[in-house]
Design a protein around this ligand. Structure first.
Ligand code: URA
Length: 480
């Protein structure tokens, strides 16, 4: 009998393989009479001329295995899978339940390798921001072992539905424009940006969540092979952290022995931490570990700016863009704030920007995530962290942007119209003004312009207050 040749496309050609299996089974062609070859020049019309054969019913577990193994890089993958399909359809229906069978064993190993590769892509891929103020895209470079791009796509579309992104790999690329996913050609590392403005943030975050007592370089390498390190901003910190881990463990043990054993009941803060954070990065690690109070946020968004800034601006909560980028005030309200600060002669990089609530809360409407105002209970939940943050920074002036910030700083609901202007937050000088998103919501251009000018005037006043020799009070801030 002559050999029947099946040519499939390069990569994971699941559709092509399915079509081939239907035809081969309909023609009763046993695996020994079939050879599978792979081409990188697809024959666009070949399949249609053969005509569609009737569907083949396979056990679900076999369907799952096929979905994974077609992604494997081994050129024998289709031939091995067809052997398995043939045997299952010819009297060995329970074959997959026999892990010791050499064919099942081999295919199982291949499926696991693909699953592992998918996991690594989900965990270690990092988007970098490209483009200007108006055209914002995110690009990531990743080097998968296998042809997993299409299989990994739903994860990224689900998670990053509302931003435009591209994932570039040597085995093809994916491009999402908030509506459509397009599969593109292979790319090289040079096509992707190597860093963005938040590189330092990733590093700081990684350092803050790194637990020296748990360090196990062998396990780290097994879980995160070195080839992925190049693409991870935080990898710059790994070698140093491993090297200094033993000293840091000793320090931790020493610190622990000096900790008071009895907690004072009146201090709510003490109850929250086994070891009270002594730095902003330690505090942020606590917040990150606690996770969102209301599920949904991508990540905690920490305060940003010099650790001992003169002025701290407190907003409400991160928005959609802040949640995705992991930085405060980078969305539309943040851009307006940055512009107003500049007009008032305040350098955004010299002040500290933070939020009363550290996670984005939203309502999903179709593809859009609509901001949802935090409740008083939620503000209260995050308040000890804000207080600790301020106590660590010890600013000269605290600025409350909007009513949620005032509630967080004073514990009281106060309309901005009545409290706008100078204030005291505990013993610290403060200032209350509107939230920049209020300006964005105003209906007509005239009102908007006037409100914006008043906001810039407030910021100019804030600039002067911070320059003046203000008497600073005792921290931590005792509100109420
Ligand atoms: N609004 C806020 O209150 N904070 C942000 O970080 C962004 C928008």
């Amino acid at each position: 009998m002559t050999l029947h040749r099946i040519t499939l496309n390069d990569g994971a050609d699941l559709d092509g393989f399915r079509r081939a299996v239907r035809r081969l089974i309909a023609d009763e062609l046993a695996p020994q009479h079939v050879i599978f070859t792979i081409t990188d020049e697809p024959d666009l019309f070949g399949h249609e001329s053969e005509g569609e054969a009737p569907p083949v019913s396979l056990p679900r577990a076999l369907g799952d295995m096929i979905g994974l193994v077609v992604c494997h890089r081994n050129p024998e993958r289709y031939a091995l899978l067809y052997q398995l399909v043939w045997r299952v359809l010819n009297g060995e229906r329970e074959l997959l339940d026999i892990p010791s069978d050499p064919l099942v064993h081999r295919l199982d190993l291949m499926a696991r390798a693909v699953r592992r590769d998918l996991h690594k892509m989900h965990a270690f891929l990092r988007f970098r921001r490209v483009g200007g103020e108006h055209l914002e895209r995110f690009v990531a470079w990743f080097e998968p072992e296998h042809f997993i791009l299409e299989a990994a796509a739903p994860f990224f579309v689900d998670r990053f539905r509302s931003i435009e992104w591209s994932i570039l790999t040597p085995l093809g690329s994916l491009h999402w424009d908030r509506e459509t996913l397009v599969l593109g050609p292979s790319a090289c590392r040079e096509d992707a940006p190597t860093e963005d403005g938040f590189e330092a943030g990733w590093l700081g975050y990684y350092e803050s969540v790194f637990n020296p007592a748990r360090v196990n370089p062998k396990a780290m390498r097994a879980e995160m092979p070195k080839k992925y390190w190049r693409n991870l901003p935080e990898s710059a910190a790994i070698a140093g952290l491993i090297q200094t881990a033993p000293q840091r463990v000793e320090q931790m043990i020493e610190q622990e022995s000096t900790m008071p054993t009895k907690r004072k009941p009146e201090r709510a803060l003490d109850a929250m931490w086994d070891q009270e954070p002594k730095s902003l990065s330690a505090l942020n690690a606590v917040i990150a570990e606690a996770g969102p109070l209301v599920p949904g946020a991508t990540q905690a968004v920490f305060g940003e700016g010099p650790a001992h800034a003169d002025i701290v601006f407190v907003g409400e909560q991160p928005g959609d863009q802040e949640d995705l980028q992991g930085r405060p005030f980078v969305g539309p309200a943040g851009k307006l704030l940055t512009k107003a600060l500049k007009e008032a002669g305040i350098d955004r990089d010299k002040v500290y920007l933070t939020n009363a609530v550290k996670h984005f809360k939203f309502e999903q409407r179709g593809h859009r995530r609509i901001h949802s105002k935090p409740t008083a209970g939620e503000v209260k939940h995050y308040r000890p962290w804000l207080m600790k943050e301020l106590a660590l920074i010890r600013p000269k002036l605290i600025v409350a942007l909007g009513a949620t910030a005032v509630l967080a700083l004073t514990g009281k609901q106060t309309p901005i119209s009545r409290s706008r202007g100078r204030a005291m937050f505990g013993d610290v000088n403060g200032y209350i003004t509107v939230h920049p998103s209020y300006l964005l919501r105003l209906p007509d251009e005239d009102t908007k312009r006037q409100a914006y000018e008043a906001f810039v005037a407030d910021l100019s006043h804030i600039r002067d207050l911070a320059k003046a020799d203000l008497k600073t009070g005792e921290l931590p801030l005792a509100a109420e």
